[in-house]
Write a protein that binds this ligand. Structure first.
Ligand code: ZN
Length: 291
């Protein structure tokens, strides 16, 4: 061991401490960095081709909007280095597909689950108009996105954290959430707003949020029953805006979190990212609607 003259020891120690502090400021330590290549996001396409959810003001099924936006989000995540991102497309009738959707997400060992939907309104709010010779339902009463989590998810804190990060990113891009889920006129669809800054609601019973064993968030990206917002939701520019918000929120969320399956990360690299779930035989769960 090198023996330093006693008078020099405090000076050397001070220099080393100074160098260490400089290094710490210059670049974040590995414990805080986001391991993008190991972090897995499951992007769930809401509904199925056979049970496509809501119908837009111009007669387009919600599933078409969900699929397009989810694909853009997946591509954006892949482009910025989240190479383990997986798009989950479920097939079959909605209730049969619901358990398959959850089973698939859980089997993927994901770090985060994001379900993509587009909003409509209860039937009592629908008005009639004619589009391309056909009578359609619409409601221009509400617009904006909304974000949902379940307090019965196994990682409630993580779910809320990502939901708030996502809401913040959307807000920073000039998008406003819709507050109408707090209104009594929503009846059984009324929800508790738990982050009033950025539009995060609580929906404990929603199965894809409750039964997924990872932080889980559902995004209603916008209202397709609103005639103006439907056009916006169909635009590539708007889809890119939302995709960028999701990617930045995922990056923030990932920072400081350890991927769940780091040892599996390498072997999964290069696998086909699109995976479809097969219809499963399950008993329909009454009183809980698939979203
Ligand atoms: Zn939906």
């Amino acid at each position: 061991m090198l023996r330093l003259p006693r008078v020099l020891r405090p000076l050397i120690a001070a220099m080393l401490a100074c160098a260490g502090a400089h290094t710490a400021r210059a670049e974040p330590g590995p414990a805080n960095a986001c391991a993008r290549e190991a972090f897995r996001v499951v992007i769930d396409v809401g509904h199925t081709a056979q049970s496509p959810g809501a119908t837009s003001a111009r007669g387009v099924p919600e599933f078409v909007f969900n699929l397009k936006l989810a694909q853009r989000i997946e591509q954006h995540l892949l482009d910025v280095g989240f190479r383990r991102s997986v798009l989950v497309i479920t097939e079959g009738r909605s209730r049969k597909g619901l358990a398959a959707r959850i089973k698939r997400a859980n089997a993927l060992g994901a770090d985060l689950f994001l379900s993509i939907h587009h909003d409509s309104v209860p039937n009592k709010f629908l008005e009639k108009w004619e589009f391309e010779g056909k009578q359609r339902g619409f409601s221009d009463r509400f617009s904006g996105h909304s974000i949902f989590i379940s307090h019965d998810n196994s990682d409630r804190a993580g779910s809320l954290q990502f939901a708030s990060l996502l809401g913040t990113q959307l807000r920073e891009r000039g998008l406003q959430y819709t507050p109408h889920y707090t209104d009594r006129i929503m009846g059984h669809r009324q929800r508790l707003l738990i982050d009033a800054q950025v539009g995060v609601y609580r929906y404990d019973q929603l199965l894809v949020l409750r039964d997924t064993d990872m932080p889980a968030v559902l995004l209603e990206a916008g209202s397709i029953i609103n005639r103006e917002e439907e056009l916006r939701m169909g635009s590539v520019k708007h889809q890119a805006l939302i995709s960028a918000a999701v990617a930045d929120a995922v990056e923030s969320f990932c920072t400081g979190r350890r991927p769940r399956t780091p040892t599996n990360a390498a072997s999964r690299d290069g696998e086909v990212s699109k995976q479809a779930t097969a219809p499963a035989e399950v008993v329909p769960v009454r009183a809980i609607k698939q979203r």
